[in-house]
Design a protein around this ligand. Structure first.
Ligand code: PMP
Ligand code: GLN
Length: 400
């Protein structure tokens, strides 16, 4: 194995899902729903399989899907992208992230990202020979810039970063900032003020932005603000590659259909890389995702409301079981501090949890460069049926 990949072992998601299977535990680790997405989408995929849409589709994705992606961004974010040249379909957001970094970063270029970060970020940055410059998100972080302070401290469940730390992370080698909002694993939704500062620094340092917005439809109604794509801020559309995926919004994480949108020169650079990573992506799933993206607004709000109820159920259950819970504003995930239950280390806690009470969670410590920052935090997924969440809570109560 090449040196640059040696620091990366088996992903925590694979380890924890295998542990769940081996022990028969309730799996609130890896983030995947346990029920299917919209029936119209599933029917369209079956129809495409039956009607011979089974050979290589065009490299950037079928035109109908690219048009649907453009239309969806216009409808929800008033963002205009040309389906011919400004949008490329990828093998999930994962390929879009890797291809974007590989297309933009020279050896030694720096990538600013927020830790804890989604696990593929560090590996994609390493594969490109680039260097990550993490900025730490901390629960209720207190710092000098009053605009960005999470006022109620950690009790309000918000993670925040220190603006001085972000400023210091930018420098002459900064090539891009990799931003994930709504954020996995914290459930944080970056506020307009936070986004404005990130945009200001990108403009100041002439850096690109790669935005991972796979949870764009999962911002709950009581969040401080709605989802604001970084590309909508002044001067940002021309320097941003905006990434999303069908997996989360349409409960089909196993389909791996994602996409990247941006100005033509950047998207064509991504396509240059993408053609040698996967060439093209699963043909019969593309017309189906096009159907899903065109569903009425009520699908998207209904989906969000449903997940919000599940969040409320799990947050209440975890609190009841004695966890110190940081309630999320978006995504599939809630994080909790295990100190209140006597836990000293999230990794040890999660490895012993199936045996202690038959539940699997994910330690978020593994998503930090500085493990100390996330030492006692663990993540639970609530994208599960209410009866599954309720069973998990019953089991977790045994810990007290
Ligand atoms: N980014 C984030 C923040 C994620 O949580 C995930 C996992 N679903 C991905 C990217 C990968 O998405 P996909 O499965 O579409 O590759
Ligand atoms: N995005 C999901 C999570 O964070 C699954 C990721 C994966 O298995 N690679 O749990």
């Amino acid at each position: 194995l090449v040196a640059r990949m040696r620091p990366f072992g088996t992903t925590i998601f694979a380890e924890m899902s295998a542990l769940a299977v081996r022990t028969g535990a309730v799996n609130l680790g890896q983030g995947f729903p346990d029920s299917d997405g919209p029936p119209e989408m599933l029917a369209a995929a079956a129809e495409a399989l039956r009607t011979g849409q089974n050979q290589y589709p065009p490299g950037p994705g079928i035109p109908a899907l690219r048009r649907a992606i453009a239309e969806h961004q216009r409808r929800f974010h008033a963002l205009a992208y040309d389906p011919d040249g400004e949008i490329v379909v990828t093998a999930g957001a994962t390929e879009a992230i890797a291809a974007s970094i590989l297309a933009l970063c020279e050896q030694g270029d720096e990538v600013v990202c927020f830790e804890p970060y989604y696990d593929s970020y560090a590996a994609s940055i390493a594969l490109a020979g680039a260097v990550r410059r993490p900025v730490t998100l901390r629960p209720g972080a207190a710092h000098a810039d009053d605009r960005l302070v999470s006022r109620a401290g950690r009790d309000d469940g918000r993670y925040a970063f220190d603006p001085a730390e972000l400023r210091a992370a930018f420098g002459p080698r900064t090539r891009l900032v990799l931003l994930n909002s709504p954020h996995n694993p914290t459930g944080k939704v970056f506020t307009p003020d936070e986004l404005a500062l990130i945009a200001e620094l990108c403009r100041e340092h002439d850096a690109y932005a790669v935005t991972d917005e796979v949870y764009e439809h999962l911002v709950f109604t009581d969040a401080t603000s709605g989802h604001v794509p970084l590309a909508t801020l002044p001067g940002m559309r021309e320097r941003t590659l905006r990434i999303s995926s069908a997996g989360k919004t349409f409960s089909c994480t196993g389909w791996k259909v994602g996409w990247v949108s941006g100005p033509a020169p950047l998207v064509s650079a991504v396509l240059r890389v993408k053609q040698f990573l996967t060439f093209v992506n699963a043909a019969p799933l593309q017309p189906a995702v096009a159907v899903a993206l065109a569903l009425p607004d009520s699908y998207f709000t209904g989906f969000r409301d449903d997940l919000q109820r599940r969040r409320d159920q799990l947050v209440a259950g975890l609190t009841d079981a004695g966890f110190d819970v940081l309630s999320p504003e978006g995504t599939y995930f809630v994080t909790a501090d295990v100190s209140a239950l006597g836990g000293r280390d999230g990794v040890d806690f999660c490895r012993s949890l199936p045996e202690r009470c038959g539940v699997v969670a994910v330690p978020t410590q593994v998503f930090y460069d500085d493990p100390e920052a996330g030492r006692r935090l663990v993540r639970f997924a609530f994208c599960k049926r209410p009866e599954v969440l309720s069973e998990a809570v019953t089991r977790l109560r045994r810990l007290a």
